[in-house]
Design a protein around this ligand. Structure first.
Ligand code: ATP
Length: 585
């Protein structure tokens, strides 16, 4: 049984008064029961579902599930199946079967591949998707996407299933099919409670009981057939206009006065009990009486003994979750032609751009290498070398923006769904790093190597320079990932990551030559400065170094210091990313 006792939730809003989203909500739902929570937009349905799913903590009151106080100890993620309203929680390029297999890999430990395949087939048959199991998610109809979201929620065989707007926005036939599907999954488990929050006051007969929520107040809870009587309306379509006629608090108070007699009536024996509609007392409306049938399921707290629920399966280890996420991300990259083409173009284009800048002045570098150190050669060679190296560093920043900025913000609804299903934020972070790091290492290595080959080798030590280029890309990718983890949308994350890249360009010091004091404050924050100046230091001992120091008049980090600072930047990026991922929770 699920029991809510006087549950309240207040949102504090900056520069506005606090908003009571749920006001002393109380009702209970026995095992094997399908409940519809109906309310117009802003009535508090999603807030209620988030509290039940453990995504938010109630401001007050108690939520009990199978006797367990969820305020004291949250349910195991595998005891809950949460079906969000948005279709963005699905990965469009995976197939239907792959999506279910992926959910199993992330949520259920200890299954062999054959067991997973069997379980996925069973679920797909259950939700009616077996015929499209090999189709990509992007090709599914809205109804099929909802069926898939339900299958993903059911992978762990949860005892509490929570669906947000599962039938909303569908045609009448699909709505009734979806309501029937919810009824089917309710009976498919010995002790399951299924709650569906919706604005659609249609197909109510499919539900065991209905809660009407209005501006955070429970205005009714009982069988759907009693709704029209309770609100003194002819048809359910009149519900919302009727609710609008009185303040929500009055509807709430009215329900509190009538609740016990309605609950008692729902449990009556064969005689039934006549009930007055609230309006008969309060508004002097026409006297209507309803006789509630004997066989209604009781909605009162004293339900029969609970059927035993199967224990929730354990979650896979952190390593198993991370490993699966890395594999899945590479599959998504392979399937997403636009994404891999743009990565490939960047991979090829970056060395070409560097070559175009360096090659016209390449002869200065060769002349210095062959011993000509006259000022007419030395100065342009030093300038070419500094600019060529800066260009590589800036391209490493571009790689960082490309790799990190959209990575998390672009799939936040998917992440939230998987988080609710037991995905660990650290596993998700490792999954992202396991995908991004090989790409950025390949990009920067290819860029550095191409430049070295085309120029016949810049003076100084090539290997530390290559390492610094890789580390700059890695550090900046992780900082962009952190930006992504803190932004709501991919577009916002992208523009903020570019702002960070441009700030790096301006603060690099190579261009502006900050005075020592200002420089020492700014430089530790500037990834590009450490990549660039550490690389310049590798020229120490060559004839180019002195003109370079005169040319840019800035402070250079030694390669070792640059490596340390870039590693610190990487660490900061990782920690901030983790913080953003945990904040989402
Ligand atoms: N994070 C938040 N901060 C402030 N107010 C919020 C927040 N989330 C929801 N609210 C407010 O709380 C009230 C209830 O919101 P909720 O999303 O639960 O309603 P709902 O019935 O699910 O609406 P919809 O059907 O549009 O999703 C609304 O007035 C909403 O604006």
């Amino acid at each position: 049984m699920l029991e809510l006792i006087s549950v309240s939730h207040i949102f504090t809003r900056p520069a506005k008064e606090a908003l009571t989203a749920l006001d002393h909500v109380s009702f209970s739902v026995p095992a094997g029961h399908l409940l519809a929570v109906i309310g117009s937009t802003g009535s508090g349905k999603s807030t209620l579902l988030h509290l039940l799913a453990g995504l938010q903590h109630p401001g007050g009151g108690t939520v009990l599930f199978r006797g367990k106080d969820l305020g004291q100890a949250a349910l195991h993620p595998n005891e809950i199946g949460y079906v969000p309203a948005s279709d963005h929680v699905l990965s469009e390029v995976l197939t239907v079967r792959e999506s279910v297999m992926s959910a199993l890999m992330l949520r259920v430990a200890g299954q062999t591949k054959d067991e997973r395949v069997d379980r996925a087939s069973h679920l797909l048959v259950g939700v009616g998707l077996e015929n499209v199991a090999s189709h990509r998610v992007s090709t599914l109809s809205p109804t099929q996407k909802r069926r898939l979201k339900l299958a993903l929620a059911l992978v762990s065989d949860p005892s509490l299933v929570i669906c947000d707007e599962f039938t909303d926005g569908l045609d009448a036939k699909s709505q009734s099919e979806m309501a029937a599907l919810l009824k089917f999954i309710t009976t498919d488990h010995p002790a399951r409670v299924v709650i569906h929050a919706t604005q659609m006051a249609a197909n109510l007969a499919a539900y065991d009981t209905v809660v009407i929520l209005h501006e955070g107040h429970v205005c009714f809870h009982g069988p759907s057939r009693a709704v029209t009587h309770y609100f003194s309306i002819q048809a359910i379509e009149e519900l919302y206009p009727r609710l609008a006629k009185r303040p929500a608090s009055r509807w709430g108070e009215s329900w509190m006065r009538h609740r016990d007699s309605y609950y008692a009536a729902f449990k009556l024996g064969s005689a039934g009990e006549s009930l007055k509609a609230p309006d008969e007392e309060e508004d002097g409306a026409d006297s209507q009486r309803i006789t509630l049938p004997a066989n209604e399921k009781p909605a009162a707290p004293e339900a029969p003994a609970e059927p035993p629920a199967p224990a929730a399966p354990p979650l896979p280890s952190l390593q198993a979750q991370a490993q699966h996420l890395i594999q899945r991300r590479w599959t998504i990259l392979r399937r997403n032609q636009r994404e891999w083409t743009s990565q490939l173009i960047l991979l090829v284009l970056a060395p070409v751009v560097a070559a175009l800048l360096l090659l016209p002045n390449d002869h200065y570098l060769s002349e210095v290498t062959s011993g000509d150190t006259s000022p007419a050669v030395l100065w342009p060679a030093a300038y070419t070398c500094a600019m060529g190296w800066l260009l590589q560093i800036l391209l490493a920043l571009v790689f960082g923006v490309r790799n990190g900025a959209r990575e998390i913000a672009g799939e936040r609804p998917l992440y939230r769904r998987e988080l609710a299903g037991g995905l660990r934020p650290t596993a998700y972070l490792l999954g992202k790093l396991g995908f991004i790091l090989p790409i950025v290492i390949l990009q920067t290595f290819l860029l550095g190597l191409t430049v070295e080959i085309l120029t016949g080798g810049l003076p100084g030590f090539a290997l530390p320079r290559l390492l610094l280029l890789c580390l700059t890309g890695i550090a900046f990718s992780s900082l962009c990932l952190a930006v992504s983890a803190h932004c709501r949308t991919a577009e916002r994350a992208h523009s903020q990551a570019w702002t960070l890249a441009f700030a790096n360009l301006f603060l690099c010091g190579a261009l502006l030559g900050f005075p020592r004091v200002l420089g020492s404050v700014l430089h530790p924050l500037v990834t590009a400065h450490y990549g660039w100046s550490g690389g310049i230091e590798t020229l120490k001992g060559t004839p180019l170094f002195e003109p370079l120091t005169l040319l840019v008049r800035t402070w250079f980090a030694t390669p070792t210091l640059a490596v340390i600072v870039l590693l610190i930047h990487f660490g900061i990026g990782v920690l901030l990313t983790l913080r953003g991922l945990r904040k989402t929770h």
